[in-house]
Design a protein around this ligand. Sequence first.
Ligand code: SF4
Length: 346
Amino acid sequence: MAEFSQRLIQWQQLHGRHSLPWQNTQDPYAIWVSEIMLQQTQVVAVIPYYQRFMSRFPDVASLAQADEDEVLRHWSGLGYYSRARNLHTAALAIMQQYQGEFPQTHEKINALPGIGRSTASAITVFAYGQTQTILDGNVKRVLTRCFGIEGWPSQPAVEKRLWKLAESLLPKADIQCYTQGLMDLGATLCTRSKPQCDKCPVRENCVARKKSRITQLPTPKQRKIIPEREIVMLILLAANEILLEKRPPSGIWGGLWSLPEVAMGEDVQLVARQRLGLETKLLPTLPIVTHTFTHFRLRITPQPLKMLKMRPEVRQSGLVWLDKEDAIDAALPAPIRKILLGIAAN
Ligand code: SF4
């Protein structure tokens, strides 16, 4: 463990980043702004925004006094605007609760809006030299690879394990160098794809490198596999009218008007003849429409048919012919309305 931190500290001193605009300062405000900007954005993209932001809002007081609109304008283009709103709210809180003095404990900083445990740690490390643990996305990647930690890193049990591991790695001295080293390693060498292991200070003990598991770690989030169902919906057309069918009261879209549904692979003209009493001519199929329910995904193939003749002896209850425009206003499920809007537009 001590070896990990010592190697990282030495590497940071020799090869790490030392001249980023938010380095070489102990101003907690400047460090805070940079940490928030860097949360979802790459360093190169952050630099010009950071410089503009800091020249307009050089301290907590100027940020707190500004309109939220103006703060957002200075954030415009960086994305994730809740970060800017939280910065502004937190600046107001610092003015009110701490008379404009940036708080100095991890607990108080962590309690401000938009500041999580890792960000509070980074501020206390760089501004006050306190020994605290950081664990952002880059650090999670380094630790899962280096120590061979399986499981999606943001899953609570895995994250808890990573915090414990990160705490156990903290050095007795040079906390700023060490923390910066972790950040630098994750950002410059142990990158998501194609990490530069040959230059890495901890390569000799890296589990992912030794076991050739770099591409599998960190473990990606498991995607839930949703089953799919495929159906055909009949678009029966007669002059400007379209046929709607009321759905059974229970089941999906229960009681709504819809297009007549047919199982995939069934003979649609036979269904139209036997179930709906209609002689039809087949028209070209329309593009598939997909709709996702909680437990499955429905793939609908819309099949237009031109009505040639109606056999009145076949049931007509639960069926209605409507003008295309009126049909759109009926109580329809969303994907059926989408299909009808496409038809009405043609
Ligand atoms: S050896 Fe490679 S995979 Fe392992 S920590 Fe270093 S850069 Fe990352």
